[in-house]
Ligand binder design. Structure first.
Ligand code: G3I
Length: 391
């Protein structure tokens, strides 16, 4: 997408969306489904927001390898950017020292390219879904700072380097902040110190100087965490690192956080001279056993029916609240489309969402725009209407 977007995208993409358009990168012998499948003039979110920002979805392994045909069809019709839900996390792509699994990622990247999508990499440096061996020596003791930096460099240069010129944007560091804005005491921080942030971005830049480098986190609407992210990115900028953007994950509830808090973060991040992306949008309609917000995946609970209220379908009253919440959010995104580069849903349909298994396993959750039968929900129409209203 990178060259295509830079040189031709504004005009060609608009033309493609208005009519049907063959993919210039398309290889007719390749098995990956292409955008040609989705050619009718039915409404699409990507067309509705084409002058505002990219709109996308995170793909699970089945989808990324083309094995969920209905989801792929929706993807081609509705979205122009993709993120890998789990495929590019350290434990998936680099489970053992010296062992890399690229097969699934190769398919993910090919799918994105053949559908002219903006392709996101998620994520290079995180405390979760990173195998223990990364931080330990052969005796199970913490590795030295030098060794961990070397492992980080190898990982980033091998993974990001493999997709040089093909993955457009990387979440270089994910969730390095606590909610109070201080740095999380992750093994990265404990062993390397704050320098791990600088090094991660430097190695990523060296792996592919053209790609966009993002810092990504949840709960960035919280004032203290917002300030922490501003400090973090400003520190990087002062060291000469070009941070392209800040990813606000966007794991929200029906009524919280407030639009005002989200808006304040959009403005604060944009004031740093970086783009803002909403990278993992979903709205949890179910009651929660804790006061949790965001996506602290360590906070899990035993299954209890009282937190799984809608196993037979979403009541109209809740459906309406979900629809209104999406309307409000997309009105806000539209208002700041000069600052926002991308809005990505964390899944395609309700069935795909991680919220079916978090914070309690086995729930029936309804966070997305498409239901379990791949059908658009009222919230989908609301998102389309929000775009039309802004014109
Ligand atoms: O692949 C194994 C499978 O082999 C095993 O049988 C099964 C048993 O539970 O687990 C499977 O792994 C699960 C994995 O998702 C793939 O489905 C893990 O248990 C589960 O913990 C993991 O959850 C992912 C979570 O990140 C873990 O960190 C979610 O799918 C994924 O949506 C979520 O994504 C994160 C973003 O990367 C960062 N921001 C927060 C967001 C939500 O937590």
């Amino acid at each position: 997408m990178r060259l295509y977007r830079t040189l031709f995208a504004p005009t060609l993409l608009a033309a493609c969306l208005a009519t049907s358009c063959a993919d210039p990168n398309q290889n007719s012998t390749n098995e990956v489904p292409t955008a040609q499948a989705a050619t009718d003039a039915s409404p699409s979110i990507k067309a509705a927001y084409k002058d505002a920002f990219y709109v996308g979805a995170a793909l699970n392994g089945r989808q990324a390898s083309g094995n969920d045909a209905k989801a792929i069809k929706l993807l081609q019709e509705q979205f122009n950017t993709i993120s890998p839900e789990n495929l590019l996390k350290w434990e998936a792509v680099h489970p053992k020292q010296g062992v890399y699994n690229f097969e699934a990622v190769d398919k993910y990247v090919a799918l994105g390219e053949q559908n002219d999508m903006f392709i996101v990499g998620h994520t290079l440096v995180w405390h979760n879904q990173t195998p223990k061996w990364v931080f330990e020596d052969a005796q199970g003791k913490p590795v030295s700072k030098e060794e961990l930096l070397k492992r980080m460099e190898d990982h980033i240069k091998t993974v990001a380097g493999r997709y040089k010129g093909r993955i457009d944007s990387w979440d270089v560091v994910n969730e390095a902040l606590n909610d109070d804005g201080t740095l999380r005491q992750s093994p990265w921080l404990k062993i390397i110190g704050e320098e791990f942030l600088v090094k991660a971005f430097e190695y990523a830049h060296q792996a592919d100087p053209e790609m966009e480098l993002y810092y990504n986190d949840y709960n960035l609407w919280k004032p203290a965490k917002r300030d922490g992210a501003v400090r973090l990115v400003r520190n990087l900028q002062e060291k000469g690192i070009k941070v392209a953007g800040i990813g606000m994950q966007g794991h929200y509830g029906l009524h919280a956080p407030s639009l005002e808090d989200i808006e304040a973060s959009i403005k604060a991040f944009s004031d740093l001279g970086v783009k803002v992306a909403f990278t993992e949008v979903d709205i949890d309609v179910l009651p929660n056993p804790s006061n949790r917000q965001g996506a602290d995946i360590d906070a899990t609970f035993e299954f209890d029916e009282k937190y799984n209220l809608y196993t037979d379908g979403l009541p109209d009253s809740v459906q309406q609240q979900l629809t209104q919440r999406y309307t409000d959010l997309f009105n806000l995104f539209q208002k700041h489309s000069d600052k926002i580069d991308r809005v990505t849903f964390w899944g395609v349909t309700d069935n795909d969402s991680w919220l079916n298994n978090w914070p309690i396993q086995g729930r029936t959750s309804y966070p997305m725009l498409f239901d379990r039968q791949y059908q658009p929900k009222p919230a989908y129409n609301a998102v389309l209407e929000a775009a039309a209203k802004a014109k």
